[in-house]
Design a protein around this ligand. Structure first.
Ligand code: 5AD
Ligand code: SF4
Length: 446
């Protein structure tokens, strides 16, 4: 996926105290995975960081006079066909903030001492604004990509990519760096593809995107869902993966009003601890997530909820992990994915203190998964005795049996004739296991 990063040169000028010297070293550390190596020649640098100090008088005036010189170097570089990025860090950055960029427009970014962990994000945003992709040396992460990978349409269900990229910059995640900014396909192209799929016999379409509910076409994702629901043959619509921050009222209302939109929502929360959620840069709290879930359930009672979780994030203490367990108990998930935190070079969390021991991660993951497994089993068992509309997809393992999906995305096995593949048929659920349901056709097919 990614080629090795082209070498970039980083010049850091440090003013003031030992603290600033230490901070400058840390900045160099967090930027190394993005391809930046330290140089002592500002004129040839791709990125110049002035790490400022407020302690002496006239620090601000000194900064602007230094910036004047650096700006000339930036202009000389641009004249020679190169580029230079200028960042101001440290206490003067903290005190002056955006004023620095107003007074010296050659400055690309300003970062206060509390925000060094955000440097990779800030730098990536400047690269993106120039239309560049960061060729950082991240190893391709097949495990996470596989969760959202597009698959070829096979039979009666299909994935349809409507959105790519991510602007959320969760501190553990490489996606914003490797996949670039959030981008949405035009609705006309999407509708055309959906019609073509329906013509080929597809009955269920899952709209895909790293942040699918950030879909920015007309009317947002809710508008797109309503539009696709009108296509003859499109009987079921799903979407994944969503971010809590982009779950708007229109989409919540669509769950009540659009019959084709299935009662299933994958809404990752990652952690139940506000302290950890903050360090993850998630932009929501446990409470705001729970309130959101309440609204979704108010709109579509009985909706199946799914989520992603990370255990052993840097700094996660027992109490934080317990908060995750209690959030899980409060929500009650129908299914979930849970992961041990894995350190991804170039992400802010990789440089955070308090990296958890492997045994701690193993133990927490086992406890979380035991709870989630119980919930999944309980959800499946709650369907026993009900009659569910099942979209049959393919032949089952046993003679005469078909496999399909319930509205809640559960696998359902039933004895049924082959010709029902591609049809939605009422099935009475007789038994439930953790990963599937078994049932019988409600009516003898004519
Ligand atoms: N470590 C562990 N899990 C991760 N995920 C993403 N990055 C990491 C990481 N560095 C998980 C998140 C995300 C899912 C797709 O993968 O839970 O929602
Ligand atoms: Fe974006 Fe999801 Fe990665 Fe967060 S976890 S940065 S929302 S892709």
């Amino acid at each position: 996926m990614s080629s090795p990063a082209p070498a970039k040169r980083l010049y850091i000028k440090t003013y003031g105290c030992q603290m600033n010297v230490y901070d400058s070293e840390r900045m160099a550390d967090v930027l190394a995975p993005l391809g930046y190596g330290v140089t002592d020649d500002p004129a040839g640098a791709d990125l110049v960081v002035l790490n400022t100090c407020h302690i002496r008088e006239k620090a601000t005036e000194k900064l602007y006079s230094e910036l004047g010189k650096i700006r000339e170097m930036k202009e000389a570089r641009a004249a020679a066909g190169g580029q230079m990025m200028i960042a101001v860090a440290g206490c003067v950055a903290q005190a002056e903030g955006a004023e620095i960029m107003r007074r010296q427009p050659a400055v690309d970014l300003v970062v206060g001492p509390q925000a060094y962990h955000q440097l990779p994000e800030l730098i990536a945003r400047v690269h993106r604004a120039r239309g560049e992709r960061l060729a950082a040396d991240f190893a391709p992460q097949a495990k996470f990509d596989a969760l959202t990978a597009e698959r070829r349409p096979t039979g009666v269900t299909a994935f349809l990519t409507v959105q790519e990229g991510c602007d959320k910059f969760c501190s553990f995640c490489v996606v914003p760096y490797t996949r670039g900014a959030e981008w949405s396909r035009g609705p006309d192209a999407i509708e055309a593809e959906a019609r073509a799929l329906a013509d080929k016999g597809v009955r269920e379409i899952t709209l895909l995107g790293q942040n699918v509910n950030a879909y920015a076409g007309d009317g947002g994702l809710a508008g797109l869902v309503r539009r696709l629901a009108k296509i003859p043959g499109v009987e079921r619509i799903r979407y994944t993966t969503s971010h809590p921050r982009d779950m708007d009222e229109a989409l919540i209302a669509a769950h009540a009003e659009v019959a084709e939109l299935m009662p299933y929502l994958h809404l990752p929360v990652q952690s139940g601890s506000d302290r950890i959620l903050k360090a993850m840069n998630r932009g929501h709290t446990a409470e705001s997530y729970l309130r959101l879930i309440e609204r979704v359930r108010g709109s579509r009672p009985g909706i199946a909820l799914s989520g992603d979780f990370i255990v052993g994030f840097p700094g996660e203490r027992d109490a934080d992990f317990e908060a995750t367990l209690s959030l899980v108990r409060e929500v009650g998930y129908a299914s979930a994915f849970s992961f041990k935190y894995s350190r991804r070079p170039g992400t802010p969390a990789a440089a955070m203190p308090g990296q958890a021991a492997e045994e701690v991660k193993d133990e927490r993951l086992a406890r979380l998964q035991a709870l989630l497994d119980d919930q999944q089993m309980a959800f499946n068992q709650s369907q026993a005795g009900r009659t569910l509309p099942v979209l049959f997809e393919k032949l089952g393992r046993h003679e005469g049996q078909l496999i399909g999906r319930s509205p809640y995305l559960q696998s359902v096995h039933a004895v049924a004739p082959d010709r029902l593949i591609g049809q939605i048929v009422p099935v009475r659920i007789e038994s439930a296991a953790r990963n599937s349901l078994a049932g019988a056709l409600e009516l003898e097919p004519a």
